[in-house]
Write a protein that binds this ligand. Sequence first.
Ligand code: THU
Length: 125
Amino acid sequence: MNDNELLKRANEVRKMSYSPYSKFAVGAALLCADGTVVTGVNIENAAYGPSICAERVALFKAISEGKRDFVKLAVTCDGDHCRPCGVCRQVMFEHAPDMEILMGNPDGEFVRTTVRELLPDGFSL
Ligand code: THU
């Protein structure tokens, strides 16, 4: 699974986003160390607070399936490139501090970074 394929998976799954409030669809595709790809979308709620980002849905789905080692996560949304929020940065720091992140857009363009770059000196126990 190369970078362009992973970004394509993130862009394809965006259509499953449940985002009637923001109308801002986000897709994520997580490459696990076993070679599988787990996808996620943002899922919003009328009460706003219970909404969840695409990155966390992908990560939580994977963890709930027993996966623990993660290589790379592609996230895409409208705009120049999709930047994970602070909560997702902390969650990714917990489970995959050395993971690579591809921050992409619907045209397949992306910026490459890592969780540690996005959350320098992050909190852990
Ligand atoms: N969102 C994500 O799913 N991931 C990001 O990286 C940024 C923001 C979602 C949350 C909310 O449903 C919508 O995008 C607007 O903030």
